[in-house]
Design a protein around this ligand. Structure first.
Ligand code: NAP
Ligand code: G4F
Length: 347
């Protein structure tokens, strides 16, 4: 049984990747942070205590800020594959907490790479780095490929550029099988609710169910290459199965604006987005990434991977999921209203 270690296992991508590796019969280890709630909604169904869960998934307390623990865990687990997905991954928030964002995404990456080296695993352990299209920032060519120059526009993107080059450096210096997946935006019903796509699908469906009256957004002109997260984690695994480590753009080669996303999402519910969306400058960023469009030709040629779920289908699957969620919320709110117990309604 091959062993994989995932940092960021509780996140959107970590949860899909854990599912994929469990299905491939890996022993999956994940690093989790202590928090005041023990809810791990995205991965609960995979844990041993869950009916139908597996004894294949093991969680360990740790933090990418804590090099001693990272070293200890990697030395103990001796994984065949490490997927480094942990990060403060919100670009807007990285302007508020720049030092922390860089500590986790940049130095955290170095901590993991060093831990693999210190454990004497450079020849045994394969490494995947969650690099980001945000590194292209003020884009120097359209579409972006593996050869396009980076021009990062946020503390998050600067940190990811460092992590990208650290990964290349460990490959070149120590012969490690270390690869970068330069993933363009990928979304799903598991996407965090403050990223723009999920913010829109949650709001549109809650508005449809009478739970919310408006949606506050920042820049509607920004264009992103949005794909489906569940498909994107397959590439992470494929990259580590290659004989040679390498870096790959993972994208759909289709770009839409935030405005397009609003129109599609509200339209699916029979609503006109212009009636509900209001501008709020708090959601603007000090420096914006205006346009991302990725060319995944190399991933297709070498890994045989290409995206299947396109923009409209992605919006639809997120809307369908969030509509069920909003309908349940509306039923619950109605129950508490009917029974005169509004104050007791759980958050
Ligand atoms: P996400 O949902 O925000 O998940 C981030 C994960 O990192 C969570 O499990 C989080 O744990 C963990 N984490 C945060 N700080 C940590 C720390 N100090 N120590 C250990 N773990 C920590 O992000 P995602 O969308 O799944 O993305 C996964 C990775 O791909 C990230 O590195 C992201 O930057 C990168 N990426 C994402 C996209 C995208 O479009 N989704 C595109 C390109 C690259 P908690 O649950 O405890 O917060
Ligand atoms: O959904 P977003 O917050 O994603 P962003 O900044 O592109 O970052 C995501 O994708 C990256 C890959 O390129 C990842 F590396 C990163 O970890 C993350 O997963 O914002 C998308 C666009 C931006 O241009 C933003 O200015 O939407 C615009 N936007 C407009 N109003 C908004 C809002 N973004 C958010 N989060 N909230 C708004 O109200």
């Amino acid at each position: 049984m091959r062993k994989a270690l995932i940092t960021g296992i509780t996140g959107q991508d970590g949860s899909y990747l854990a599912e994929l590796l469990v299905a491939k019969n890996y022993e999956v280890h994940g690093i989790v942070r202590r928090s005041s709630t023990t809810e791990r909604t995205r991965i609960e169904h995979l844990l041993p205590f869950h009916p139908g869960g597996r004894r294949q998934v093991f969680l360990h307390y740790g933090d990418l800020a804590n090099s001693g623990l990272i070293m200890q865990l990697i030395a103990e687990i001796r994984p065949d594959e490490v997927y480094n997905l942990g990060a403060q991954s919100h670009v807007r928030i990285s302007f508020d907490v720049p030092e922390y964002s860089c500590d986790i995404a940049a130095t955290g990456t170095l901590r993991v790479l060093e831990a693999i080296r210190a454990a004497g695993l450079t020849k045994k352990c394969r490494y995947y780095q969650a690099s980001s299209s945000e590194m292209y920032g003020k884009v120097q060519e359209v579409p972006q490929t593996e050869m396009t120059k980076f021009w990062p526009r946020s503390p998050y993107a600067c940190a990811k550029a460092f992590a990208y080059w650290a990964t290349v450096n460990y490959r070149e210096s120590y012969g490690m099988h270390a690869s970068n997946g330069i993933l363009f935006n990928h979304e799903s019903p598991r996407r965090g609710e403050t990223f723009v796509t999920r913010k829109i699908t949650r709001a549109a469906t809650r508005i449809k169910c009478g739970l919310q009256s408006e949606l506050l957004l920042g820049n509607l002109d920004a264009r992103r290459d949005w794909g489906y997260a569940k498909e994107y984690v397959e590439v992470m695994w494929l990259m580590l199965q290659q004989e040679q480590p390498d870096d790959f753009v993972v994208a759909t080669n289709e770009s839409n604006s935030v405005r397009d996303f609003c129109a599609e999402a509200f339209g699916l519910l029979g609503l006109d987005w212009k009636e509900f969306v209001r501008y709020d400058e708090r959601y603007e960023r000090p420096a914006e990434v205006d346009l991302l469009l990725g060319n995944p030709a190399k991933a297709k040629r070498i890994l045989g991977w290409e995206p299947k779920v396109r923009f409209k289908e992605l919006v639809k699957l997120m809307i369908e999921h969030d509509l069920k969620l909003a309908e349940r919320e509306a039923e619950l709110a109605e129950f508490y209203r009917r029974t005169g117990r509004e104050d007791e309604q759980p958050n």
